[in-house]
Design a protein around this ligand. Structure first.
Ligand SMILES: [Zn+2]
Length: 330
């Protein structure tokens, strides 16, 4: 598969009636494509994939999910955002090879970081040699595998949120107001939940929702340790919402995981968005979290609702819950 073929698969969804929009831009100015299924009113959740260059199998998974959930009555009481490919620049290098990088100095810099090899099939970072899933401002630089010098993986960047892809995903999240997020990665057939420093109350919440995701996929649920700076970590740490990383594909498969594995991966994950939305709805009720009704859909799509409104509502819902629990105990 070439990079253009991968993008064409996303764009093709438009012919099937899905609306595509940009979640933001990459360092090289590529669009980060997204879509939405269900209702813009009610609880929203967000799924993102392809933040690591070689993991484009997760992009193919989200395409399949969006296709099958479009106009599907099973999507109830809210909607689901799909961000298909958070790291398009990196995916292009993996799919089309290092010669696809037009700038000679950048190309040579990347080859040097890749142990002088021109084989970029195992590449994870963005065009700046930053591992995007370590660049988020969530205990940034505190992970066990973090490195502090440009590299094909694990380089946290020179400062938190330094990369345009990371800023794009943060801004898109604030605009779309999800109450739960899922990040798709490969590989290992496992679900990660929680973040060090998260409150016990929220860990228990995340574990309970995670168990439902574990049941439907058959993937074991594991508490995250020694990992920081990921999108999931940022969602938990900043927004205090439940967020998960799902690693698809058997550990024995080589990177990048080929499309021939998609049917099996899709089968195990096809109900994840529905269960996640259902659980997010239960949680919204529990904390009495509602969003303003969307009056003007085109305005909503263009600008999103007010981010501050979203954060303030989230915060007050969580405070209310904590106060209620304290009062119930005493
Ligand atoms: Zn990954």
């Amino acid at each position: 598969m070439t990079y253009q073929e991968l993008i064409n698969r996303i764009v093709q969804l438009q012919e099937e009636g899905l609306e595509l929009f940009n979640a933001g831009k990459s360092m090289l100015g590529k669009n980060i494509l997204a879509t939405h299924v269900g209702d813009y009113n009610g609880t929203q959740i967000l799924l993102q994939a392809g933040i690591h260059a070689r993991e484009y199998i997760t992009t193919l998974l989200l395409i399949e999910m969006a296709r099958n959930l479009h106009n599907n009555d099973l999507v109830k009481n809210g909607g689901i955002y799909f961000v298909f490919l958070t790291n398009p620049d990196g995916a292009e290098i993996v799919l089309d090879g290092i010669d696809s990088v037009g700038c000679e100095i950048t190309r040579n810099y990347l080859i040097m970081a890749n142990n002088s090899s021109t084989d970029f099939s195992q590449y994870k970072a963005n065009i700046n040699l930053v591992d995007l899933n370590t660049n988020f401002d969530a205990d940034w630089g505190g992970g066990a595998q973090n490195v502090f010098c440009p590299a094909t993986e694990d380089f946290v960047g020179f400062y938190p949120n330094s990369e345009r892809e990371v800023q794009s995903l943060i801004n898109f999240t604030l605009r779309t107001r999800p109450l739960l997020t899922i990040s798709y990665h490969s590989k290992g057939n496992v679900i990660y939940y929680g973040f060090e420093g998260e409150s016990e109350e929220n860990i228990a919440r995340d574990q309970s929702i995670g168990e439902a995701l574990s049941e439907v996929t058959g993937y074991p649920l594991i508490f995250t340790e020694n990992s920081t700076g990921g999108y999931k970590d940022w969602c938990i740490n900043t927004l205090k919402i439940p967020a998960y990383t799902i690693e698809v594909g058997d550990e024995s498969l080589p990177h990048p995981i080929g499309e021939e594995n998609l049917p099996e991966i899709y089968l195990r994950n096809k109900d994840v968005p529905l269960i996640a939305l259902e659980k997010a709805n239960e949680y919204a009720k529990e904390i009495d979290f509602t969003l303003p009704i969307v009056q003007n859909k085109s305005e909503e799509k263009k600008n999103g609702l007010h981010e501050n409104n979203y954060l303030a509502r989230l915060q007050s819902a969580l405070e209310r819950r904590s106060t209620n629990r304290r009062n119930n105990r005493s």
